[in-house]
Design a protein around this ligand. Structure first.
Ligand code: AMP
Length: 395
């Protein structure tokens, strides 16, 4: 058995899972949050145990120390040498990476160059890669890109109808994100439907705090709702999704904001939070509706409409669909949201099994037996995908 770490490093957090491969058994998982602060929070779970610690963690190197020492101190591994692979989530692979790669100094330099396209994400991912390379120099390090799955999109999906010189000079195009999740749930859906994989047409709906849809034909992404950045597409927790770009200079002028201020409005003050004027969390929106708050209801309906509209668009892109798959925080745990979206598709002969739909957090078919299009909830598992790809590189 081979032990592999799956790592998701953010600017102030480090999420980890230790898996035994190829069995895909999760030995332990946890998170370090508030990296950079004197009261960082560290949590690790293994078996029935959970340890929580608050202590100073000023950088990612210290966070990695904390994680690695906890693995040895709690006898989860006997020594660091037992961990032979470390898979890292990397948000942006640009046009350079259509699949996962072993991280060599050259690859790392390329990932660093791509920070230009993802200034909030790639630098944090790189910090995690470097911190683990120091601690586990013997382990094979692998980068798994959020954008890679969508590199199969054709030009008519990824090009924006803007001056082509901008694409040629700066690679301004649609990249798409959440690729690891769209890949995982679409692969699983293909196993669940009675259609040959190469003919399959799946629409994947990843809705959590961030959200995106993908049109997956024959196992390949042919379109997705996020774009050049993760701001595009459907309405999200705090992100607007698609708006007329001319809104940006108008907001700047009227509110006296610079470009960062205007982007902050669209990235952090919009979406469910912006419309409800209350919260970005779907649970709070549902509580608001129960309390008869008008703007919570409008936020909810707008959220569902924008997702249903994208599904409609992808039904055209795919020429129909065998299955629609819901995943991530809201997709897995929001029966009401799923119901409202799926009811908009009743005219296509899609029916709902309401009893099955009334469940949370587990894989289940939620369409009725007579439904023309199947619908599923499939919990996503990006860590398993990271571990699988990492394992594939270990001779
Ligand atoms: P994620 O980014 O995938 O962790 O998803 C976070 C989102 O999932 C939050 O907006 C929550 O509102 C939503 N969520 C989590 N649990 C539930 C639940 N029981 N009911 C409705 N929404 C939920």
């Amino acid at each position: 058995m081979t032990k592999i770490l799956a790592i998701n490093a953010g600017s102030s957090s480090l999420k980890f899972q230790l898996l035994e491969m190829p069995a895909e058994t999760v030995l332990t998982e946890g998170i370090v949050e508030r990296i950079g602060f004197s009261d960082a929070k560290f949590k690790i779970e293994f078996g029935d145990e959970e340890i929580k610690v608050t202590e100073e963690v000023l950088d990612h190197t210290k966070a990695v120390d904390l994680v690695m020492n906890a693995l040895v101190d709690n006898n989860i591994v006997a020594s660091f040498d037992e961990i032979v692979g470390v898979g890292h989530r990397v948000v942006h692979g640009g046009e350079k990476f259509a699949k996962s790669v072993v991280i060599t100094p050259e690859m790392l330099a390329t990932i660093e160059e791509l920070s230009d396209l993802a200034p909030l994400h790639n630098p944090a991912n790189i910090t995690g890669i470097k911190a683990f390379a120091e601690k586990l120099p013997h382990a094979t390090a692998v980068a798994v890109f959020d954008t890679a799955f969508h590199q199969t999109m054709p030009e008519v999906s990824y090009l924006y109808p803007i001056k082509n010189e901008l694409y040629k000079k700066y690679a301004i195009r649609k990249y798409g994100f959440h690729g690891t999740s769209h890949k995982f749930v679409s692969e699983r859906a293909i196993e669940l439907i009675d259609v040959p994989a190469e003919e399959s047409k799946i629409i994947t709906v990843h809705i959590g705090n961030g959200g995106s849809l993908a049109a997956v034909k024959g196992g390949k992404s042919i379109d997705t709702s996020m774009g050049f950045t993760p701001l595009a597409g459907i309405m999200m927790g705090t992100r607007s999704g698609d708006v007329d770009p001319a809104v940006i200079p108008y907001i700047m002028e009227k509110e006296g904001l610079d470009i960062n201020g205007a982007m902050d409005v669209l990235n952090k003050q919009s979406g469910l939070l912006g419309i409800s004027e209350k919260s970005s969390d779907m649970r709070d929106i549902e509580a608001g509706i129960a309390a008869d708050e008008k703007m919570s209801k409008i936020a909810y309906d707008l959220f569902a409409k924008r997702i249903a509209d994208y599904i409609g668009s992808y039904l055209v892109t795919l020429g129909g669909a065998d299955a629609i798959v819901f995943t991530a925080g809201i997709g897995e745990n929001g029966p009401e949201v799923r119901r409202i979206i799926l009811e908009k598709l009743a005219f296509l002969g899609l029916t709902i099994n309401h009893e099955n739909n009334n469940t949370r957090g587990k894989e289940i078919e939620i369409s009725g037996p007579d439904s023309k299009i199947k619908a599923f909830v499939i919990p996503t598992n990006e860590e398993i995908m990271i571990a699988r790809d990492t394992f594939s590189f270990l001779g």
